[in-house]
Design a protein around this ligand. Structure first.
Ligand code: 26Q
Length: 823
C-alpha cells in the first residue's frame, strides 16, 4: 500500500526523534535542552527535509532517465504558504512527528506556528499556481514551476487606529536558512538588457552591449501526496555578473560600481503588490524578462541534453503561461531559435506556437497588460524587432482573410496606436499559443466573445477553451480541517489517501445528510472550528468573538469589482434596522459575526478607504450595547494563506459578490464550500458551476446577470437616476456614513461618490436583492437541521473542484503529458 515504499528515511518515532536531536546538535549547533520553539521547528523541518531531498533526487533522476515530455508552469507568483505541515501530511508522517515532537517536550501546534508563510503572490493567481504544483506532484506528472525568488513577498498589512492600511516589508528569508529550498549556485545564466540589435542576413540579428545580469537557481521541493514523486519549483535570484563593475571601480567611481551591482540585485528584490493594474514600470518589465529568459535558457538546455533536433521541441516541452506576465517567452524563444540556433523564421514560429499555452485570468479592460513601445525598444531591442515582425506576418494573414477591413486590423494589431504606442500582451500571448483558456465557463465564454472575439473569428473556435480552476483538497481540507477529514474517512470507511486523490468519492457522503448522528458530528466540528478562529482572534487581537453567532466571511483582495463596499453597506443597513427594532423583535434575530480580511494595493485609494470604513463601522457597531449581541464586525489584519486556513473551516456563510462578469473564477468560493460553508454570491465566475454542482437550493444567489450589466452601465452613464430614487434604503445608509456616524463623514466622500456618480460596479442596482439574499440566509439558518443538511450536501458535491481534475485536464487536452511514477 501507500504506507510503504515512498518514504526514504525516518518513518518510526524513535528514528524521528533521533534525527531531530541530531539536527539540533549538528545543523543548528545548539543543545537539545534549553531549545526554544523556533529551534525545535527548524530541527524538525530539517529532519523532514532529509526525506524530501531523497525523494526529490530520485524523482529528478528518474525524469532525466525516462526523458518524457514535460510541462513547465511559468508564473510570476507562487503563493505557497507554509510547507512543514503540508509536507508531513503528504508524506503520511504527521502523527509520527507529533509523537516524536511531544516526546521531546514540545507542542506540535506551537512548532507549526513558527514557520513564516512563503507569500510570493498577491492572491488568486498565485495561490492557483501553488495548488497546481501540489496536484502535479500528487498525480505524478512531470511538471516544473518557474518563478522568481523575491527577497520580499507581499507586504505585511498593519491597520492604524484610524483604520488606515499601513504597509511593511515582508523579509521572509531574514530568519536564517529556508529549509525548503536548495540553492543551486552552479545553475546560472546570463541575462542581457538594453544594448543594440543589429539585423543580419536571413532574418537573424546580433544583440550586444547593455547590461548583463546573472540568474541563480533555487529549487523548492514540492512533495506529492502519498507518492515518492517530488517535483521542482525553480525560483531565480538576480545577481550582478561580477561582484561589481571593476572598470568603474578602478576608475575610482565606487558609487557607480556599487549602483550597477545594486540594480542587478534589485530585479528580484520585491513582489509587485498590484493585482489588476499598474503597468509601465521598467523594473516590472525587467522582472518579466529576467525570469522568462532564465527559464527558457534552462528549458532549452535540458531539451538539448536529450539530443533531438529542434523540430521535436514541442514533443518534449509544453510551456504554460500563467496570465500574460510571461508573454516575453514567445519572442524570447523565437530569438533563441533564430539568432542562436539558426532556424528559419517559419520553422521557429511553428515550434513556438506548438509549445506555448496561455491562460487568461481577467477580462477587466484596465487589467490587460500593455507596455509602452519606447520602453520595450530601449530595454529589449531585439524582442521589439521580433514583435514587429510577428505583427507584420500576422496582419498580412488577417488582411488576406478579411480584405480591406482596416478597423479589424487596428483592433487586432499587437501594437495599440497612441502616445506612446503600446504592445498588447494578451494579443501576443494569444497568437503565439497553441491553446488559450479561461478559468471558469462564464469567463471563458467572455474571453471568446469580448476581448479575443476577433481572434476567434480569425483562428476558429477550437483554439479557445475552458479549464475551470480547482483547489488542492490536501491543504484546503485535510490540512486546514483535520477533524472534518477524519470524519469523512471514518464515514466512508476508506483511508484518506484514497478520497483525497479522487475527490468525487465525497459524493458517498450524500446519504449521511439524512443521518441525525452524523449531522451532530458534522455540526460539532464546525462549532470547534469557530472556536479555533475565536481563540485566534482572542490571542492575536485581544477581542472576544461570540461563537454562537453565524460566521459570515468575506476574505479577498480589496477591489471595487469585488464589492466589499456592498458588504459593509449591507452591514450598516442591518445595524440601522436592528436599532429601530423593539426588544421583542430583536429576540427573534439571528446573531451574526461578520469577518473581513484582505489587502489593498498600496496606491489604490478607494480600496484603502473601504478598509477605513469597515474598521470604523466595526468600532461603532461593536461598541453598541443595544445590538452587540446580534451584530459584530471584525477586520482581521494581514490576510494570508495561513489565516485563510483558520477562517475558511469556521465559516457558516461566505460572500463572493462581484459585479456579474467581473470575477474570472474565484477560488476561495471553492474552499469554503469544500469545508461545508454555504455561499452568498452573484451569478459570476465559478459561483455558477459551484451552484450547478451543489444544487441551486444550497447557494444564495442575487443580483443582475452578466448580459444586463452593459446596459445598466450605459444607463448610469447617460440617464443617471439619483440613489434616493433608485434605491432609498441604500441612500439612507450612504447618508448615515456621510453625516459622520462612523467618524468624519467627509473622509468617505470619494468612496460614496463612486456609488452616487457612475456606480460602475452597480452597487445601487444590486443592493436590494443583496439584502434580500441575506434575509434568505437568516431564514434558512433558523432551521438548524436543514442548514446542516445543506452544509453536508455542499461538501459532498464539490469533487469537481479538486485541482487534480483541473491539472489532468491541462495534462491531457493541452500538454499531452503522462504520469511518470517514481518506483
Ligand atoms: C501585472 C502587471 C504589472 C503589475 C501587476 C500585474 C498583475 C499581478 C497580479 C496582474 C494581475 C495579478 C493577479 C491576478 C489574479 O489574481 N487574478 C485572479 O486569478 C484567479 C485564478 O484564476 C481567479 O480565480 C480570480 O477570479 C482572478 O481575479
Amino acid at each position: 500500500t501507500w504506507k510503504e515504499g515512498f518514504r526514504s528515511v525516518n518513518t518510526e518515532v524513535p528514528s524521528i526523534t533521533k534525527s531531530i536531536v541530531n539536527h539540533v546538535q549538528t545543523s543548528l549547533a545548539r543543545q537539545a535542552y534549553n531549545l526554544d520553539d523556533l529551534g525545535a521547528y527548524q530541527a524538525a523541518a530539517l529532519s523532514v527535509r532529509d526525506d524530501l531531498i531523497l525523494n526529490w533526487n530520485e524523482t529528478q533522476m528518474h525524469y532525466t532517465r525516462k526523458a518524457p515530455k514535460r510541462a513547465y508552469y511559468l508564473s510570476l507568483e507562487f503563493l505557497m504558504g507554509r510547507t512543514f505541515d503540508n509536507a508531513l501530511l503528504n508524506l503520511g508522517l504527521k502523527e509520527q512527528y507529533r509523537e516524536g515532537i511531544t516526546k521531546l517536550g514540545f507542542n506540535m501546534e506551537d512548532l507549526l506556528e513558527q514557520e513564516r508563510d512563503a507569500a510570493l503572490g498577491n492572491g488568486g493567481l498565485g495561490r492557483l499556481a501553488a495548488c497546481y504544483l501540489d496536484s502535479s506532484a500528487s498525480q505524478e506528472l512531470p511538471v516544473w514551476g518557474y518563478g522568481l525568488r523575491y527577497q520580499y513577498g507581499i507586504f505585511q498589512q498593519l491597520i492604524s487606529p484610524e483604520g488606515q492600511q499601513l504597509e511593511q516589508p515582508d523579509p521572509w528569508l531574514a530568519g536564517g536558512e529556508n529549509p525548503w529550498e536548495l540553492p543551486r549556485l552552479d545553475v546560472t545564466y546570463e541575462v542581457r538588457f538594453y544594448g543594440t540589435a543589429e539585423r543580419l542576413p536571413e532574418g537573424r540579428a546580433l544583440w550586444q552591449g547593455g547590461q548583463e545580469v546573472l540568474a541563480v537557481a533555487y529549487d523548492v521541493m514540492v512533495p506529492g501526496c502519498y507518492t515518492k514523486n517530488t517535483n521542482n519549483l525553480r525560483l531565480w535570484e538576480s545577481k550582478p555578473k561580477r561582484g561589481f563593475d571593476l572598470n568603474s571601480f578602478n576608475a575610482g567611481d565606487y558609487e557607480h560600481a556599487v549602483e550597477s551591482s545594486n540594480s542587478a540585485a534589485a530585479i528580484t528584490s520585491v513582489l509587485y503588490p498590484n493585482d489588476h493594474t499598474t503597468f509601465g514600470k521598467e523594473l516590472r518589465l525587467k522582472q518579466q524578462y529576467f525570469w522568462t529568459a532564465a527559464s527558457l535558457a534552462d528549458i532549452v538546455r535540458r531539451f538539448k541534453n536529450i539530443g533531438k533536433p529542434f523540430s521535436a521541441f514541442p514533443d518534449y516541452v509544453a510551456i504554460q503561461l500563467n496570465d500574460t506576465h510571461p508573454t516575453l517567452a514567445i519572442p524570447e524563444l523565437m530569438r533563441i531559435l533564430i539568432d542562436e540556433e539558426e532556424i528559419p523564421w517559419g520553422k521557429a514560429w511553428d515550434i513556438v506556437t506548438n509549445t506555448v499555452f496561455y491562460t487568461n485570468h481577467t477580462v477587466l479592460p484596465e487589467a490587460l497588460e500593455k507596455w509602452p513601445v519606447p520602453l520595450m525598444e530601449h530595454l529589449l531591442p531585439r524582442h521589439m524587432q521580433i514583435i514587429y515582425d510577428i505583427n507584420l506576418f500576422f496582419l498580412q494573414a488577417v488582411e488576406k482573410k478579411f480584405p480591406g477591413d482596416r478597423d479589424r486590423l487596428a483592433r487586432m494589431s499587437l501594437i495599440e496606436e497612441g502616445f506612446p504606442k503600446q504592445v498588447r500582451m494578451a494579443h501576443l500571448a494569444c497568437i503565439g499559443s497553441r491553446k488559450v483558456n479561461g478559468v471558469a465557463e462564464l469567463h471563458s465564454e467572455l474571453v471568446r466573445t469580448t476581448i479575443l472575439k476577433d481572434f476567434v473569428e480569425f483562428e476558429g473556435p477550437s483554439k479557445f477553451s475552458n479549464v475551470t480552476n480547482g483547489i488542492t483538497p490536501r491543504r484546503w481540507l485535510d490540512q486546514c480541517n483535520p477533524e472534518l477529514s477524519a470524519l469523512i474517512s471514518k464515514t466512508l470507511k476508506v483511508d484518506k489517501s484514497v478520497w483525497l486523490k479522487d475527490l468525487d468519492k465525497l459524493k458517498e457522503l450524500l446519504p449521511y445528510a439524512e443521518d441525525a448522528g452524523f449531522r451532530k458530528e458534522w455540526a460539532a466540528i464546525k462549532q470547534r472550528n469557530k472556536e479555533r478562529l475565536a481563540h485566534h482572534v482572542q490571542t492575536t487581537l485581544g477581542l472576544t468573538v461570540n461563537t454562537h453567532a453565524m460566521f459570515d466571511v468575506q476574505i479577498k483582495r480589496l477591489h471595487e469589482y469585488k464589492r466589499q463596499t456592498l458588504n459593509i453597506l449591507g452591514v450598516i443597513h442591518r445595524y440601522l434596522t436592528l436599532k429601530q427594532m423593539t426588544a421583542a423583535e430583536r429576540k427573534k434575530v439571528n446573531p451574526r459575526v461578520v469577518f473581513f480580511a484582505g489587502k489593498a494595493a498600496p496606491g489604490y485609494y478607494i480600496a484603502k478607504l473601504t478598509i477605513r470604513l469597515i474598521v470604523n463601522a466595526a468600532r461603532i457597531i461593536n461598541a453598541d450595547p443595544e445590538t452587540r449581541d446580534l451584530l459584530t464586525v471584525y477586520f482581521l489584519p494581514d490576510y494570508s494563506v495561513s489565516l485563510a486556513e483558520v477562517l475558511i473551516p469556521a465559516s457558516d456563510i461566505s460572500q463572493h459578490i462581484s459585479t456579474a462578469g467581473t470575477e474570472a473564477s474565484g477560488t476561495s468560493n471553492m474552499k469554503f464550500c469544500l469545508n461545508g460553508g454555504l455561499l452568498v454570491g452573484t451569478v459570476d465566475g465559478a459561483n455558477i458551476e459551484i451552484a450547478e454542482a451543489v444544487g441551486e437550493n444550497n447557494v444564495f444567489f442575487f443580483g443582475h446577470l452578466t448580459p444586463a450589466v452593459e446596459d445598466l452601465r450605459y444607463q448610469h452613464m447617460y440617464h443617471p437616476v439619483p440613489v434616493e430614487e433608485k434605491c432609498p434604503p441604500l441612500a439612507k445608509v450612504l447618508d448615515c456614513v456621510a453625516s459622520g456616524m462612523f467618524g468624519d463623514g467627509g473622509v468617505y466622500e470619494p468612496l460614496l461618490n463612486t456609488i452616487r456618480q457612475h456606480d460602475y460596479y452597480l452597487i445601487t442596482e444590486d443592493f436590494e436583492s443583496y439584502i434580500g439574499a441575506l434575509a434568505m440566509v437568516d431564514q434558512a439558518y433558523l432551521d438548524k437541521e436543514e442548514w446542516i443538511k445543506k452544509s453536508i450536501r455542499t461538501t459532498a458535491n464539490m469533487g469537481k473542484f479538486s485541482s487534480d481534475r483541473a491539472i489532468l485536464e491541462y495534462a491531457e487536452s493541452f500538454w499531452n503529458i503522462e504520469p511518470v511514477k517514481v518506483a
